[in-house]
Write a protein of this length. Structure first.
Length: 284
């Protein structure tokens, strides 16, 4: 008694499909080009949809403006500080600026700035829109603030240095004199929003969408288990191909050839009805 594996609608057994899938694991450049050409509509559709969604989402967001000010951190030293080398003084200010950078981005500074300006901004949201970074190995700090109102962003960026020294006046951070923060380069009113950027984000979405579309195209090709060429049929079945059945397209119902077809059939039927196979007329 023998058992035969079930075949699919194309007459292939599970062994044939397994062999076919194993044969497709490695794609050549020609196969990759074929996949990209056949699945090009899918790739373009995915890229277009993703780009459109990202751009639409960016256009619906509220624009945020960013103002930036450069602040110089200075420590007022006593008479003994004049005897110290200039290099040690600069190094000390460098370390002090690093500490003050962390102080700027704090809830304490946020509450003091909001109170001084009389703003109605929660401290948590204030800190979220505030950032500070030290200029490399210098006593300078760049203070940046984002807000939906460009004038408010400028005002806050220039006010933070005023409230900053008072926040560390009662804290011992290893200094010998009071600390001051002088605005070296004040902030100006920004004219263009810092975020969102629909053009940049749309371009990134387009590139990512093309990559995603290519991945989906190869995935669809991997899941497609149909035979694509006579050579592939011979490779899987082990039987040579003797003939191919071409695909014919029937003419449309309202075409010129369709109009001629009924008359031709009528003439053939009249001929067969009037003449016998031996050339004589058929008797009725």
């Amino acid at each position: 008694m023998s058992f035969r594996d079930a075949s699919d609608e194309f007459g292939r057994t599970s062994e044939d499909r397994y062999a076919l899938s194993e044969d497709r694991n490695g794609l050549s450049l020609k196969d990759a080009a074929r996949v990209l050409r056949q699945r090009l509509p899918v790739i373009l559709l995915v890229a277009t949809l993703l780009t459109g969604l990202v751009v639409a989402f960016n256009l619906l967001q509220t624009p945020m403006y960013e103002a930036s000010s450069k602040v110089l951190i200075v420590e007022e030293r006593g008479k003994d500080a004049a005897d110290q080398p200039l290099s040690s003084q600069v190094d000390g200010l460098d370390q002090l600026a690093l500490v003050m950078t962390e102080v700027v981005d704090s809830r304490r500074v946020a509450e003091a700035t909001v109170k001084k300006l009389g703003l109605d901004i929660p401290p948590g949201e204030f800190v979220k829109n505030l950032s500070a970074e030290q200029v490399t190995e210098t006593p300078f700090i760049n203070i940046k603030y984002k807000d939906t109102n460009p004038k408010t962003a400028k005002l806050i960026a220039n006010t933070i240095p005023e409230v900053l020294p008072d926040q560390v006046a009662d804290v011992n951070i290893g200094t010998t004199g009071p600390i001051t923060a002088k605005v070296f380069d004040p902030a100006v009113t920004p004219s263009n929003p810092a975020s969102p950027n629909p053009l940049r984000n749309g371009f990134v979405a387009l590139v990512f969408g093309l990559m995603l579309g290519v991945g989906i195209a190869f995935l669809l090709d991997h899941l497609d288990d149909s035979w694509r060429s006579p050579a592939e049929v011979e490779q899987i079945s082990g039987v040579p191909t003797y003939a191919l059945i071409p695909q014919h397209k029937f003419p449309p119902a309202d075409g010129p050839f369709a109009a001629r077809s009924p008359s031709s059939r009528r003439s053939l039927r009249s001929l067969s009805a009037s003449e016998a196979p031996n050339g004589n007329r058929e008797k009725h």
